[in-house]
Design a protein around this ligand. Structure first.
Ligand code: SF4
Length: 455
């Protein structure tokens, strides 16, 4: 099999190495294509009987790789057709951005020849999992506003306060979320040890991976097996802690990379990523920047989840990052938030979208982002993403409702931190019959969209 020479250029093809070389196990133990596709229902890998695959059920890597589902994804990719699960990469490329697909194809380009030589017409290929991404449970010390109890079990009580009745988590569901233990399944660790010699990259997110005991267990297995020096580690961390045990283990690996989830500068970060303390975050970022050699760090980036709460204040954090650090990458990684939709910038009213366009345009100019490199301007990617949908009065009503409940429960105030959102926070719902009718129509459009997405 061959690929066109420009297959990894933006929007030129859909081939991605990950369905051959990567294993992503999500917070609940379910196997998905990759975390970029996590929000898409087609990314949940199903057995040939149609059942969602969960590592707690004892599936081996071989069985997962041989499923008709994964084979179909591979066949589509080799034909240049985007699999439905890969919508996020497709949209990123459509918006002119740099997708994870192109990054992974570049990073694992040495695997492409054997993939092309060894994949048969049914999409079967040898099992060579060289990259693993594990979310070993939902232990986290934060309760970020856009999070869910599935990712931080501490969220459960507040989730039930902010959510509409049908979404509340009670009884067995709540118990399952607060007592996750699928990551203690022996098959998981047997597979991990059996294929450890193929490993080149291990990624952990959470929860907060730097406080999850099983993350340390995985690192210790790598060290004991004598393969750690060949493995690159990557963590999505909230940088609230740099535990000593990690500091001791990291130098034994090939390199350690950190994606530090920080969503704003100062008090707004603590508001979004509650109850983090900016003083601690700033101190830990300084430590990482200063001690990168001792910690064996390969690269470190700040990762900003761009959402309604922070889109008007991106400049503060980006300019801080640019001026403050010498090792941490000066330009943060900007990730657009898609869900929950009530924090998604696509649904902002037009006057606020115009303000975002103006602010980010000014920031691009100040930072000379269109002149400095051949890489796509990440702020342009955010603006293009924002314009993909129209304002939704219904979703913005949810934003207002949920923000108000959070503010009340946490004794905080959005308007003090982001005055640009003061108008949006005023209650429009009860204003006039015309407003209520607009709201109703928007709710119907939202419901229709949800139903359409499900099929
Ligand atoms: S194309 Fe994107 S979403 Fe699909 S497997 Fe690759 S990285 Fe994941």
């Amino acid at each position: 099999m061959t690929l066109p020479a420009n297959f990894n250029d933006i929007s030129k093809h859909s081939f991605c190495v990950l369905p051959w070389v990567h294993r992503f196990v999500n917070l609940g133990g379910e196997v998905q294509l990759c975390c970029t596709a996590e929000e898409h229902s087609h990314s949940y890998i199903k057995s040939d009987s149609g059942k969602l695959i969960n590592v707690a059920d004892g599936f081996t890597d071989q069985q997962i790789s041989d499923t008709a589902h994964i084979r179909e994804i591979r066949k589509l990719m080799l034909k240049g057709t985007w699999p439905p699960a890969c919508e996020r990469c497709r949209i990123t490329e459509q918006c002119g951005g740099s997708s994870r697909r192109s990054h992974e194809n570049h990073h694992f380009k040495h695997h492409i020849p054997w993939i092309l030589d060894n994949t048969d017409a049914q999409g079967r290929a040898p099992v060579r999992i060289c990259s693993r991404d594990y979310r070993l449970g939902n232990l986290c010390n934060l309760r970020c506003r856009m999070c869910h109890p599935r990712a931080s079990k501490l969220m459960l009580e507040e989730w039930n306060q902010i959510s509409r009745r049908r979404l509340r988590l009670k009884g067995e569901n709540a118990y399952q979320l607060t007592h996750m233990d699928w990551f203690q399944n022996e098959q998981l660790w047997d597979d991990f040890a059996e294929h450890i010699h193929d490993l080149e990259h291990l990624h952990f997110a959470g929860g907060e991976p730097l406080i999850i005991p099983e993350v340390l267990k995985a690192l210790e297995i790598c060290v004991k097996s004598g393969v750690a020096s060949r493995i690159e580690l990557t963590f999505n961390t909230n940088v609230t802690k740099i535990p000593q045990k990690h500091r001791d283990l990291w130098p034994q690996f090939k390199a350690v990379n950190l994606l530090c989830s920080v969503d704003a500068f100062g008090a707004l970060n603590d508001y979004i990523r509650y109850p983090s303390k900016w003083k601690t975050i700033a101190h830990n970022l300084d430590t990482i920047d200063r001690e990168h050699n001792e910690l064996n760090l390969g690269w470190v980036s700040i990762s900003i989840t761009v959402q309604i709460y922070n889109v008007f204040k991106l400049a503060d954090l980006i300019e801080y990052t640019q001026q403050r650090f010498s090792f941490i990458h000066p330009m943060p990684n900007l990730v657009h938030l898609s869900v929950p939709d009530y924090f998604n910038i696509q649904f902002l009213p037009d006057d606020l979208k115009n303000l975002v366009v103006k602010q980010l345009g000014d920031l691009s100019q100040r930072l000379k982002l269109n002149e400095m490199s051949n890489d796509p301007n990440p702020l342009d990617g955010i603006l293009a993403f924002m314009q993909l949908s129209n304002h939704s009065p219904y979703i913005m009503n949810e934003f207002r409702r949920i923000t108000s409940v959070f503010d009340q429960v946490r004794d905080e105030s959005l308007i003090c931190l982001v005055p640009e959102l003061a108008g949006l926070m005023q209650n429009e719902a009860g204003k006039s019959f015309a407003d209520r009718w607009k709201l109703f129509k928007s709710q119907v459009a939202w419901l229709t969209g949800r139903i359409r997405n499900r099929f």
